[in-house]
Design a protein around this ligand. Sequence first.
Ligand code: ZN
Length: 411
Amino acid sequence: MRMNEYQREVVTELLSEIKHRSPFYAEKFKDIDLTNIRTQEDFETLPFTDKGDLREAYPLGLAAVPEKDIVRIHSSSGTTGTPVVIPYTKKDVEDWAVMFERCYRMAGITEKDRIQITPGYGLWTAGIGFQAGCERLGAMAIPMGPGNTEKQLRMMEDMQSTVLCATSSYALLLAEEIKRRGIKDRLALRKGVIGSERWGEKMRNEIAADLGVEFYDIYGLTEIYGPGIGISCDYRNGIHMWDDYLYFEIIDPKTGETVPDGTVGELVITTLRKEGAPLIRYRTHDLTRIIPGDCPCGSRFPRIDIIVGRTDDMIKVKGVNMFPAQFDEVLSTIDGATSEYQVMIDHLMGRDEVTVYFETDRPEDQRPAMEQELVQKIKSKINVTVKPMAVSVGYLPRSEKKTNRIFDNRY
Ligand code: ZN
């Protein structure tokens, strides 16, 4: 995707002042003459910023404004010790709410809606972002925070909530509970705003039906404002991203090179307007792709695909990058296949061989046709020829972690 004229101007201005504003970037770019960065190609020579860099700046080393201008901090914990702290100015907080309001509007949510917010409030950016966007929109916020399913359902019914904001796992839990109690008819839900993470299309449709909602996938991360920097539209064919606030790139996570539109790679984000902690070429480690072309909804905002995984999940076979989510996706389109599968990658007689085991409840004589379908679909989607193995339900060991489905036995 080309950097547009507006983005180029803002980036040029940002780079012209970043060393004065941000001690973090003054150090990081100390050997780089930023006045020479004029084109997109120049920009792509700048080093990436990674989460590890942000950790080293703990606690307030990322601040690019005087402390009096910081009105709030958020923090992402991460699994490895030192958290990352992101300072926000008044303007940053407002900009985030503007983007979030746009998300709600894109999802057809209006000031007449009652929005039940179940993501957590606190250091992490989730709940408060949903709240600020809701208030800016003029809808009624029902700020529940996570957990306490009993109370969630009571408020959902008594307050006649029309919108549910949740992680996909919590949406699933609520859907199951609503189904178990048979209370769907007493609820007024019509829309679900769900954190973008990989979940099978089948499961997603089931949950939406159980809740009686249409789902919209919202994207974001604490380092870059938080959730609300993009959302899917009624056509559900990707996530529209607010490119007047952010510049997006997709790179090959192994080489760092920009990949062509449509190719899956790592999402890299540059903030165009952030004051408190501007970030340049920040590696999200989320895998997605730019969706080429215009969306039928008419929005001019570019789209990325639903996040297909994390860079740590990526495996290269026969020169092709593969992600667990791609197998999830293919299997979800095969009639009679369950969502249980395992992929074995072996190096046999000088060649990489990929075997896909998948479970089915269909009798033996129907399985060869399913196997054939799998091979064709994987070939067209990932461009790798696999060896298919349909097995009976219960054959494969159950694993807690989705990422444990691909076993690379080559090394
Ligand atoms: Zn659209």
